[in-house]
Design a protein. Structure first.
Ligand code: PMP
Length: 329
């Protein structure tokens, strides 16, 4: 029940591993695991929000579906399916007592210590599945949600989809993200935007991007080198319901400077306005009207103050787990 307190972060005391609940301190791997040497992991980032009806996980099924999709692309065949990952997550949160948290499911190639294999060929290495949860605040800062952030266009290109598939949320993709993020931070920016190999806007190091022009939303298409973001999809559906037109199209770098508004979307970043790109002010240099309206609806949905667009079911209530059990008893 009691969590582990590391600095200001509260971490659940248990970690789920291959169907069992381990103590946090026992969730360790061998340094010669395949994943450590060759980056062979896929993962997810999911948020559980505090709502009037207790903690609720946002779009859990869609995240876990993306996790198993990522595993499939890399020929990983985990012993657990989407629904088992969903159930384990709810149990973990429920037992942690956390009212809101960030959820990190991970599937990776480990090491069979009885029959160790150290080569690039991943097939001899076992597939291990883990889920950890902890409390995590706003990724780009509390005030970023209101005031927006200053970003740059990265000198690093986004990985091309035929070398590292952007559809998979693979750990190794984040080496590219780290180059983008470090360059941005060292240049005095909060985040970097990567162009794709053809020079069109792709995404941030850990966020999808939207522009607002003349009241319409513009975002790179799913066919581009971007992660199919679940927040991206949520924003598109919220906008559709609000009657805002969405254009999924190639975006040139210079269009970033000329947009009326710009914002990032992501599980960690939620909807974060962008107030400047390469020190060029975007629009009024603060959160725009359309961004604000989308944020308001998004925050009302994640806290269960209003339903998801078009009658969709986006929240999994953690406390419903025991109600389900009682009903079946
Ligand atoms: N792009 C990248 C590279 C990311 O890491 C993320 C965060 N998962 C996103 C986009 C946004 O995806 P989501 O909204 O599903 O979190």
């Amino acid at each position: 029940m009691a969590g582990k307190d590391v600095a200001t972060m509260e971490i659940a005391s248990k970690v789920w591993k291959n169907g069992e609940f381990l103590d946090w301190d026992d969730a360790r791997i061998h340094v010669m695991s395949h994943v450590v040497n060759y980056g062979s992991s896929v993962f997810e980032g999911i948020r559980c929000y505090e709502t009037v009806k207790g903690p609720a996980v946002f779009r859990l099924k869609e995240h876990m579906q993306r996790l198993v999709n990522s595993a499939k692309i890399y020929r990983m065949d985990p012993a657990f399916g989407r629904d088992a990952f969903c159930d384990a997550t709810i149990r973990l949160i429920k037992d942690s007592g956390l009212q809101h948290c960030y959820i990190r499911p991970l599937i990776f190639r480990g090491l069979d210590e009885a029959k160790p294999a150290f080569g690039v060929n991943p097939f001899p290495n076992p597939i291990d599945c883990y889920i950890a949860v902890w409390q995590w605040g706003k990724y780009l800062g509390e005030e970023a949600i209101e005031n927006g952030i200053d970003v740059c266009v990265s000198s690093w290109s986004r990985i091309t989809t035929n070398s590292m598939p952007a559809m998979a949320k693979a750990g190794a993709n984040y080496m590219n993200s780290q180059l983008i993020k470090m360059e941005a931070i060292l240049g005095g920016f909060s985040e970097g935007i990567a162009l794709d190999d053809r020079g069109y806007v792709s995404e941030g190091s850990g966020e999808n991007i939207f522009l607002v022009n003349g009241g319409k939303l513009f975002t790179p298409p799913l066919g581009a080198s971007i992660l199919p973001g679940i927040t991206r999809d949520s924003v598109i559906q919220i906008a559709r319901e609000m009657g805002i037109e969405i254009v999924e199209t190639q975006i040139q770098r210079s269009a970033l400077y000329l947009a009326d508004e710009a914002f990032f979307t992501g599980t960690a970043a939620e909807i974060t306005p962008i107030r400047s790109v390469d020190r060029i002010t975007v629009g009024q240099g603060r959160r725009g009207e359309v961004t604000k309206r989308l944020q308001e609806e998004f925050f009302r949905i994640i806290t269960a103050e209003r339903p998801a667009p078009f009658g969709a079911d986006w929240l999994t209530f953690v406390n419903a787990i025991d109600e389900k059990k009682t009903a079946n008893a």
